[in-house]
Write a protein that binds this ligand. Structure first.
Ligand code: UDX
Length: 463
């Protein structure tokens, strides 16, 4: 099928490359020329395991193109994905101006055959109908610019824009760091819309994935496809993320109680996770959830509830627990070192989770800020983020080039991100280089006994 993906951020590019990989003819549109140049050369602007490989294969097979020309994209695609960012505004609402600009642009370029416009961006509930309205506005604006056919007074007739389209909501559930894997091995596909023609086209698009042709385990039954109305599909995305975030906040709260009563949250999580009604996933206690999705989506859902006169108390509490949890490492440092002023703290990991270079809403940012405020010097080591790769304006942290340089002269270490390689560092050597060999394991990732043998005072979260 002919597909156009507008916006080549993490969701758009992964979607485009994976659809090309399964044989569709894809064109990806982005207004950033530098990025388009990079992608044409087969390079991914984001770090996502396996992505550049499938991009390069699709380029070679002639299945994917990259352009800044929205008009070319719109005329190419029978299915048009809107996959631009919806960053949070200070109020917690999503900033939908990029979606609006794209929808208007689609309208201004529509002409000819039937198109399915797909909301892939996480948009506020109700956006399906709103996108339809903006596309129609785009068509009307273009109509105004057209010159009458023939130009003469006698034939004051405008050429007709024949635009037939439907809007579908198709939320993504990709995790950063395993987005390609998740695309080929989804738990479910959600399609929201009231046009059976559009839904049928989406089902055809995803058929190879539904039949698990690209799955790790091809013997599994087909992927469930849930067809709903527009608002329910939009709500599913928010509710799924809010549930997962709340589940983590729940176990973090349990961890804080474990700390006080002397129980071990990792054993408690195992014990409750074996109950199939609870499940064992997303029960790792630590320094809280971050990233580009959970904080933004939970805030947006709270805001939507407010807009409709409902106070989402449970979700607000999940956010409160998370805000407090991000600073739990500072409390533990104060207990271990007492005065932090003049001390040096080394952070192992900066990104909000492993296997990504993403620092959006990462707990490390709150730690750096709070430690600086208390007069501590902060150093860090991350397998991917270097000093030059730090986000503009982020100060107060010196990024070292290896873990031993990080440990040198530190009064304590905090494991912030559970990168696999942090299991195999030479901790005995690192302990020797430190003023106080204290380690706060912010992800309950390390083996406490091994750390004690290496010479560390080990402090976990709720364990
Ligand atoms: C999430 C959702 O999982 C995905 O379905 C959605 O499309 C986007 O948001 P992502 O943000 O990539 O994906 O990361 P995820 O692996 O879900 O982790 C989110 C945060 O929760 C991270 O900060 C992680 O460290 C934290 N987390 C996760 C925990 O603290 N404990 C856990 O048990 C699991």
């Amino acid at each position: 099928m002919r597909v156009c993906v507008i916006g080549t951020g993490y969701v758009g590019l992964v979607t485009g490359a994976c659809l090309a990989h399964i044989g569709h003819d894809v064109i990806c549109v982005d207004n950033n020329e530098e990025k388009v140049k990079l992608m044409k050369a087969g390079q991914s602007p984001i770090f996502e395991p396996g992505l550049s490989e499938i991009m390069q294969a699709a380029i070679q097979a002639g299945k994917i193109q990259f352009t800044t020309d929205l008009g070319a994209g719109v005329s190419h695609g029978d299915i048009l994905f809107i996959a631009v960012g919806t960053p949070p505004l200070p109020t917690g609402e999503s900033d939908t101006r990029y979606v609006e600009a794209v929808a208007r642009g689609i309208g201004a370029n529509l002409n000819g055959g039937y198109k399915v416009i797909v909301n892939k961006s996480t948009v506020p509930i109700g956006s399906g109908d709103w996108v339809r309205m903006i596309v129609l506005d785009g068509i009307a604006e273009r109509q105004k610019t057209l010159v009458p056919v023939g130009g003469g007074r006698a034939e004051e007739k405008l050429p007709e824009i024949t635009a037939q389209f439907d809007v579908v909501s198709n939320p993504e559930f990709l995790r950063e760091g395993s987005a390609v894997y998740d695309t080929f091995n989804p738990d479910r596909i959600v399609l929201g819309g009231n046009s059976s023609r559009a839904v049928a086209m989406m089902q055809e698009l995803y058929a190879p994935i539904v039949e698990r042709k690209y799955a790790e385990d091809q013997s599994l039954p087909p992927v469930p496809v849930l067809v709903t109305d527009l608002s329910s599909a939009e709500m599913i995305k928010y509710a799924a993320n809010a549930f997962l975030a709340t589940k983590i906040s729940f176990i973090n709260e349990v961890a804080n109680i474990c700390d006080r009563v002397g129980a071990d949250v990792t054993q408690v999580a195992k014990g409750i996770g074996l109950d199939s009604r609870i499940g064992n996933k997303f029960l790792n206690a630590g320094i809280g959830w971050g990233g580009s999705c959970f904080p933004k989506d939970v805030a947006a859902l709270i805001h939507t509830a407010d807009d409709y006169g409902y106070e989402a108390q449970l979700l607000k509490s999940a956010v409160c627990v998370n805000q407090r949890q991000r600073l739990i490492a500072v409390e533990k440092l104060q207990q271990a070192l007492k005065i932090l002023k003049g001390k040096t703290v080394g952070l192992l990991g900066l990104t909000f989770k492993p296997d990504t270079d993403d620092m959006r809403d990462a707990p490390a940012l709150n730690l750096i800020e709070q430690l600086n405020r208390l007069g501590a010097k902060v150093k860090a080591y991350d397998p991917i983020v270097s000093q030059s790769g730090l986000r503009d304006g982020l100060t107060g942290v010196l990024v070292e080039t290896d873990p031993e340089r990080l440990a040198d002269g530190c009064d304590a270490l905090v494991l912030v991100t559970e990168w696999q390689q942090f299991n195999n560092l030479d901790y005995a050597q690192m302990a020797k280089l430190m003023n106080h060999p204290v380690i706060i394991d912010g992800r309950n990732f390390l083996d406490p006994e091994k750390m004690v043998r290496a010479g560390f005072q080990y402090i976990g979260v709720g364990r």
